[in-house]
Design a protein around this ligand. Structure first.
Ligand code: FES
Length: 341
């Protein structure tokens, strides 16, 4: 295979390294009569026309793949088929563009020395004019390809490419600010057993949910019995603990504020909850303030109450958003004002 079939114009007496020299008009070594309207198939209209049809066929494949992509997606989607169609669509589109640039657009390589030259206004105007000649050649001489094929195909494929935006689902709205805990919700275990104030032994841990919402991803909480240990409840969270005889019960969101793993390890010696994912450590006696690891803020605490029959309930939803999220980057927000004591 030969290196190139097209004229490569290498001009000038200076090598690129040598430069034209400061103040030397440029391009002093590019022939003024060079033909910048030349393109490889210019002198063979029949082959040029065939090339147009070939490119149009390729872009037709793009359109067909785009429509098929929408249909497959709409009817439930199949990842491998969608991937194949995407490859087909973009491959055909790119191949057509390459063929167009290679055989039907004017241009050839021009090598000229540059040096420290700064272009004059006439030279800049000449470049603009040369570029617009190329644009004319692209837009007007190839009207069939541009207007009848590329524009509609681009539209179809553009819509097909936007189709997967539907997968983003509904807007979250205020959902991110709330869990399923509600005032009066009884604490229940994963097997739907209401939690009595005496159910958790001192130093024990129990995973609980709001009654009626077992398994809700945002609502799991850990109920801890810290015995008679003194708790420093943060401002705004006083009274969230329940004391009953020798039991001191506190309840925190189980969703780690770093990346959302389940906080499930309780070190009773240090009274710390530990997230197994990246070892964020929360001091239970200080309102689950993070004392080690990447978690940026405390685990939100659930305000507890005890009914007359001894069963535990939530007085309210968490007063802080649970888990990791955009609120980490701001201070308090309007949806979660601090609770007054
Ligand atoms: S998710 Fe808990 S420390 Fe990273």
């Amino acid at each position: 295979m030969t290196a190139t079939k097209y004229p490569r114009i290498v001009t000038g007496t200076h090598g690129p390294e040598e430069g034209a020299g400061a103040g030397t008009p440029w391009p002093d070594d590019v022939p003024p009569d060079q033909d910048d309207t030349w393109y490889p198939l210019r002198d063979d209209p029949w082959r040029a026309r065939r090339m147009e049809y070939l490119i149009a066929g390729l872009w037709g494949i793009t359109a067909v793949c785009g429509v098929a992509l929408m249909v497959v997606y709409w009817t439930g989607g199949q990842t491998q088929i969608e991937g194949g169609l995407l490859v087909g669509a973009t491959g055909a589109l790119g191949t057509g563009l390459v063929l167009w640039a290679r055989f039907l657009l004017p241009g050839h390589d021009v090598t000229a020395s540059r040096g420290h030259h700064v272009s004059s206004s006439q030279e800049r105007a000449a470049v603009v004019e040369s570029l617009s000649r190329g644009t004319d050649a692209m837009m007007s001489r190839r009207g069939f390809l541009v207007k009848k094929v590329l524009v509609p195909v681009g539209g179809i494929f553009g819509i097909a490419a936007l189709w997967p935006l539907a997968s983003l689902g509904p807007r979250p709205g205020r959902y991110l600010y709330h869990t399923k805990w509600y005032p009066g919700a009884r604490l229940v275990t994963e097997d739907n057993r209401a939690v009595h104030v005496s159910d958790v032994m001192v130093d024990g841990l129990l995973t609980v949910f709001p009654e009626g919402y077992i398994g809700d991803a945002a609502s799991p909480a850990v109920l801890l019995n810290i015995g008679g240990a003194a708790v420093q409840e943060p401002y705004g969270e006083q009274g969230f603990e329940v004391e009953s005889g020798a039991n001191g019960l506190v309840c925190f969101s189980k969703i780690c504020t770093h990346a959302g793993c389940a906080v499930s390890l309780f070190n009773v010696l240090s009274m710390q909850l530990i997230c197994p994912c990246h070892q964020s450590t929360f001091d239970v006696l200080q309102g689950c303030k993070p004392v080690f690891g990447p978690a940026p803020r405390p685990l939100p605490q659930l305000p507890l109450g005890v009914r007359a029959d001894g069963y535990l309930y939530a007085k309210h939803d968490f007063y802080q958003p649970i888990g990791p999220g955009f609120w980490n980057r701001g201070g308090d927000n309007q949806y979660f004002p601090k609770v007054s004591s």
